[in-house]
Design a protein around this ligand. Structure first.
Ligand code: PDD
Length: 285
């Protein structure tokens, strides 16, 4: 049975889910998106995702397609009609359809599409094995705080990692790690401090990052929101990433060299466990 997609108010079969060639998301990457986790049929931290979506739209002077309440109702219906228990809900808002022109079109309605990817998120074998990452220069634009669909460079970096036999890439700017291709990056220093880059235009403010840092503080870990270098990462006792699709995932190798013992570390394991346990108990973390 084919999946049901959402396109501008309609719930349609995958083969009928079509948008215009003149959609500005297609022509200019003039679109923003969110990926929300579905666990046991419920959307996790979805209110925080919609808040960030609102911010992304406002930073680009893009009008909202409808109210948050209407988005939530459509998301819930999509999860229900697809009968999905575990996976990801992808939501994209584009500025809309207009003849090709660099200037923003006037009086055009934004468009919204959504679809679901069913996925095994809880029992991900990578959590036991850990990820191997390579470092690459961060060649993205300078407004990475806006979650736009301009994802070609992260896609190139991910492919470079896979071609090098690794799982993902950490991007580096001025000698300091910004983030992973589609996740935030962390190290645990020799004196057990969790270090992750501070928020700003250089990285995306991860919804999972916010939850993880709160859980870390509640577990009495010292959290330092500062950039770290590749050298610091190489001598860290452990490392990990976070995102809506991976929760917390240990990183055990950087540029071919083991981090710490070269096996998943206790801090990442603890935060992953707390994240999952909490997400199974309540929807807003
Ligand atoms: N990516 N940094 C970047 C560049 C990202 O693309 C993402 C998420 C994150 C983590 O954000 P969050 O915790 O809100 O998922 C950080 C999603 C999962 C994606 O593009 O598929």
């Amino acid at each position: 049975m084919s999946r049901v997609f959402y396109v501008n108010g309609d719930f349609v079969a995958e083969e009928d889910a079509k948008i215009s060639v003149l959609d500005r998301g297609f022509l200019f990457a003039d679109a923003v998106y969110e990926v929300s986790t579905i666990l046991r049929g419920k959307l996790i931290d979805n209110n925080a995702h919609l808040k960030r979506l609102g911010r992304s739209m406002s930073e680009l002077s893009m009008s909202a397609p409808c109210s948050d309440e209407a988005i939530i109702a459509a998301q819930k219906r999509l999860v229900e009609v697809n009968g999905v228990d575990e996976g990801l809900l992808y939501l994209q808002v584009s500025r809309g359809v207009a003849d090709r022109d660099f200037a923003y079109p006037a009086n055009v309605d934004s468009s919204m599409v959504m679809f679901i990817q069913e996925k095994n998120l809880l029992n991900n074998p990578a959590a036991e094995k850990g990820l191997s990452v390579i470092s690459v220069p961060d060649l993205r634009w300078q407004r990475r705080d806006i979650k736009t669909v301009g994802l070609l460079y992260p896609s190139m970096a991910k492919q470079a990692a896979l071609s090098a036999g690794a799982d993902d890439a950490w991007m580096v700017e001025d000698g300091l790690v910004t983030e992973g291709t589609s996740n935030n990056a962390y190290i645990v220093t020799a004196n057990q401090e969790i270090k992750t880059r501070h928020l700003g235009n250089e990285i995306l403010s991860g919804i999972t990052r916010t939850a993880i840092l709160k859980f870390a503080q509640e577990s009495h870990y010292k959290v330092v929101e500062e950039p770290f270098s590749l050298e610091e990462a190489a001598s860290a006792s452990e490392a990990f990433i976070s995102s809506a699709s991976t929760f917390v995932m240990p990183v055990v190798k950087l540029d071919g060299q083991p981090i710490g013992t070269g096996t998943p570390g206790p801090v990442a394991a603890h935060l992953r466990k707390v994240y999952i346990e909490t997400a199974l108990q309540r929807e807003d973390l």
